[in-house]
Ligand binder design. Structure first.
Ligand SMILES: *Cc1c(COP(=O)(O)O)cnc(C)c1O
Length: 510
């Protein structure tokens, strides 16, 4: 019995990766076709009714959502791991697709009623393949972390060696940190960066040849420089490892040709979709020329291994709303307008790096090739957490980040990480960076640390920087987002108590 279920499951999830036969529609920036039948405006009416219902029936929650909308509109967000999703992406997450339960893949589902969502998933797959020039795409991973786990757990056995960039050199928790299942279940070894803050390929090769990992991971969360995926592949081949390229942070630059693509160098490429792809929470697994290499378990190809691994091995039902949102985001990434955004991301980061250096800041690796500017605050006698908090008080949102060799914990740190994704979406590029750097510098030169985590900052500086931030935000509103009517109250984000059950229980009908 159990065995036959297992066979049924694998028959479904062994279905060959689909895509290709459905010409992807490129709605933005492509010559216009016929607009689809609008379904009588049912989507719009339902969405509006939902907002209205929330506002009147659950004002506490509605207020929080509205405050978050305002906070984003009225702050300069430079969190490198974030971006801004278009309202079309938001809309995909809020339709009746949320009610559709299924398992499996398009054309091979465990449930009826999937004709429409099959088309949605096929479009997402086609777009992912086209945007990245990939031969295979799996759009079901619930996150970038899940995408990594899908690859790692399908390919490896407990105790196998994986090799990734050390956490404090800019690596990611899911690449073998002891704090994550990836480092608990596998034997993890790491490589770092050299004194210049760069990944040293000779060091990567030395560690790989010494430890002979089964999986070599190239990819980072806080690495401001270009990654040489071709060199990583040469080392993987020499050491007998598979190569996983995790482009979560740079996927938009890769798609736009602003960073070399790993697709045909790596056996597997993973990404989260909410960072540079300006999409929903979620992940992708992509494969290039090695998609049809044999799987190590002798059952089919590497892509069929991933197909089985996403479902049923690692995940259950896919989030069809998120898959629709990924499809929508990917269409924008394919448009000429996005290439412009990607260029602005890189040029803006380069300009920000230059302006901060001019004002005396020390940058890890001395500068940037991508969207990240990582500042070492130790020479200024500040911790990352003090800088993060002081900047936030003034309307500038960044994140504290460990730097290579950081003696401080992840909750304190010696660095802050700036990123330009969100600013670029708001139309800000190199021209705006001198002003942004001035504001950052105004805060960081006025802040007086009391201890590692607390500080004093004179209210005059706070008021003045907040005013200037508000003016910049007003000049660069978030495209497509309604501007909040009233400014954010000073206590925004400091919600104290909220009633637990805001809805009145409906009376039983008599
Ligand atoms: C952000 C990130 C992830 C994790 O993505 P989630 O979707 O947040 O799970 C994985 N790898 C790298 C390199 C990242 O930067």
């Amino acid at each position: 019995m159990a065995e036959s279920i297992e066979q049924d499951v694998s028959a479904l999830s062994d279905s060959p990766p689909e895509g290709g036969q459905h010409p992807a529609a490129w709605p933005w920036g492509a010559p216009g076709g016929e607009p689809p039948q609008a379904g009588g405006g049912a989507l719009e009416a339902t969405a509006l009714r939902g907002m209205e219902s929330l506002r009147t029936g659950d004002p506490v929650l509605y207020d929080l959502l509205a405050r978050e909308h305002s906070r984003q509109a009225e702050t300069l967000t430079m969190v490198a791991a974030s971006s801004i999703a278009d309202p079309a992406v938001l809309a995909c997450e809020a339709t009746a697709l949320i009610n559709t339960t299924t398992e499996g893949y398009p054309g091979a589902r465990f449930h009826a009623g999937c004709g429409v969502v099959d088309e949605v998933e096929r479009i997402a797959i086609d777009r992912a393949r086209q945007v990245f020039g990939a031969r295979y795409a799996n759009v079901q991973p619930h996150s970038g972390t899940s995408a990594n786990q899908i690859v790692m757990f399908s390919l490896l056995r407990a105790g196998d060696t994986v090799m990734g960039l050390d956490l404090d050199a800019g690596g990611h928790l899911s690449h073998g940190s002891r704090a994550s299942v990836s480092g608990r279940y596998f034997h993890a070894v790491g490589y770092g960066v050299n004194r210049a803050g760069r990944i040293d390929m000779d060091e990567v090769r030395r560690v790989a040849m010494e430890h002979r990992p089964r999986l070599l991971i190239a990819g980072a969360s806080a690495y401001p420089r270009r990654i040489d995926f071709a060199a990583f592949r040469a080392i993987a081949d020499e050491a007998g490892a598979w190569l996983l390229a995790d482009i979560s942070h740079i996927a938009g630059l890769v798609a736009a040709g602003e960073h070399p693509s790993p697709i045909d160098h790596a056996h597997f490429t993973t990404t989260s979709t909410y960072k540079q792809l300006c999409g929903p929470r979620g992940g992708l697994v992509l494969m290039g020329r090695d998609h049809d290499a044999p799987a190590p378990d002798g059952r089919g190809t590497l892509s069929s291994l991933v197909q089985r691994a996403a479902f049923p091995f690692f995940q259950g039902t896919p989030s069809l709303s998120s898959i629709a949102a990924k499809a929508s985001a990917l269409a924008r990434v394919a448009s000429p307008g996005f290439r412009e955004v990607a260029r602005r991301i890189v040029a803006g980061a380069g300009a920000l790096a230059h302006e901060l250096r001019e004002r005396g800041y020390t940058l890890v690796s001395g500068g940037t090739d991508n969207h990240i500017v990582l500042v070492d605050l130790a020479p200024r006698g500040l911790t990352g957490v003090v800088a993060e908090r002081a900047l936030e008080e003034c309307g500038i949102v960044v994140n504290k980040n460990r730097i290579p060799g950081d003696p401080r914990s992840a909750l304190v740190t010696s660095g802050v990480r700036f990123g330009t994704n969100g600013l670029a979406v708001r139309g800000m590029g190199p021209e705006q960076m001198p002003r942004c750097a001035d504001l950052v510098h105004a805060v960081l030169s006025a802040v007086r640390p009391v201890d590692d985590c607390t500080y004093r900052l004179d209210p005059g500086t706070v008021a003045q920087v907040r005013r200037e931030v508000a003016a910049i935000c007003a000049r660069h509103p978030i495209p497509g987002y309604a501007v909040p009517a009233a400014p954010l109250p000073a206590n925004a984000g400091r919600i104290t108590a909220a009633p637990f059950l805001p809805f009145a229980v409906p009376a039983e009908p008599a």
